[in-house]
Ligand binder design. Structure first.
Ligand SMILES: [Zn+2]
Length: 338
């Protein structure tokens, strides 16, 4: 007998009709804590606003929240119309993270919006505040943990995940330090680590660092894994238990995404895959915030291709509901010592 959509979701979360109970995890949104089973269909990597001016020049007076809101709201309602219930805003501090804005948008749309703590090292440290270059991993982690415990900049809004970023190739000492700071923060807070990474060598180096710090691969999201063209590396990372995030679906190349996702499914690794658009975003300094890319290509462009490859509602629930819930439920994922 086929399960109804709701029965299916409850079963997937270990609640309900299968005779066992598991306490559902929590997600921290900009409006406060929710249970993971409230997340629903989730886009795990999107952007409301990004300002590439650099950490030394960014400030909140570079955009007007009313104007941003006017520009962005129609795109959020369009996503909601497509069935989206939750959206993770992956813009880090010093690149335009604005939790007051996110809170307003969440209140106006009814979408769950989740923000982050952490620093973005890629692009040769242009988006790192000066102190991040000189502090120890513990000092930096302390700043992120404080945001988790006390809220971001007196807003009362708390981060629901860690977002860091590293440059491609061998990790610099500074970027290794960001990864260690993320590990310390994860162990203290239970927040999942999303790292803007790209190709696989930097992903595996980060996984190795996390392992030495006692953090399980399941606490790590390999962001922009689509940059790795050797798709066996996706399988390898997923096989190690890491989350493989194929998240540039806002920008075309749908056949390639479909192919990557089908390959992972063939290896029975679909339960390690996250998909999103990496779309948006309002650009301060450009007329009316510049060109904005919406959050619906997964539904309008990718799914028809996956339908043809035999994907069903069960697979979509896995990708857009179960995996985000499992990846982002708060809880330290320590390496088990045998
Ligand atoms: Zn992004």
């Amino acid at each position: 007998m086929a399960l109804s959509r709701r029965q299916f979701l409850l079963a997937g979360l270990g609640i309900g009709s299968f005779g066992f109970q598991r306490k559902p995890g929590k997600i921290i949104t900009v409006l406060g804590e929710i249970s993971v089973d409230e997340l629903g269909q989730t886009l795990v990597h999107e952007h409301i606003l990004v300002d590439f001016i650099g950490a030394d020049r960014i400030s909140y007076d570079r955009w007007d929240r009313d104007q941003v809101e006017k520009k962005v709201l129609p795109f959020l309602f369009e996503a909601k119309q497509a069935g989206v219930k939750s959206l993770f805003d992956c813009t880090p501090a010093f690149l335009g993270r604005d939790v007051i804005l996110l809170k307003r948008l969440s209140e106006k749309t009814g979408l769950h919006i989740v923000t982050n703590t952490g620093y973005y090292g890629a692009v040769n440290n242009k988006y790192l505040p000066a102190w991040a270059k000189v502090e120890t991993d513990k000092q930096t982690a302390h700043r992120w943990i404080t945001e988790f415990e006390e809220g971001i900049e007196n807003s009362g809004v708390k981060p629901g995940f860690i977002k860091i970023s590293v440059d491609a190739g061998k990790l610099s000492d500074l970027h290794q330090k960001l990864v260690r700071a993320a590990a310390i923060t994860h162990l203290e807070t239970g927040l999942t680590i999303c790292s803007h990474t790209g190709k696989s060598p930097a992903a595996f180096e980060q996984l190795d660092i996390l392992k030495t710090m006692g953090v399980k691969a399941g606490a790590f999201v390999w962001v922009h894994a689509q940059a790795e063209t050797d798709k066996t590396r996706h399988n390898e990372a997923a096989g190690r238990g890491a989350w493989v995030s194929l998240d540039g679906i806002g920008w075309g190349d749908y056949e390639n995404y479909a192919d990557s996702i089908v390959r992972l499914k063939e290896k029975r690794l679909l339960d390690r895959v996250l998909i999103s658009h990496d779309a948006g975003w309002y650009k301060p300094g450009e007329s009316d915030g510049g060109q904005f890319t919406g959050f619906t290509n997964i539904f309008n462009e990718l799914m028809p291709l996956l339908d043809k490859r035999g994907f069903t509602q069960v697979d979509y629930e896995q990708l857009l509901v179960k995996n985000p819930a499992s990846a982002f439920a708060i809880g330290a994922k320590k390496v088990e010592i045998f």
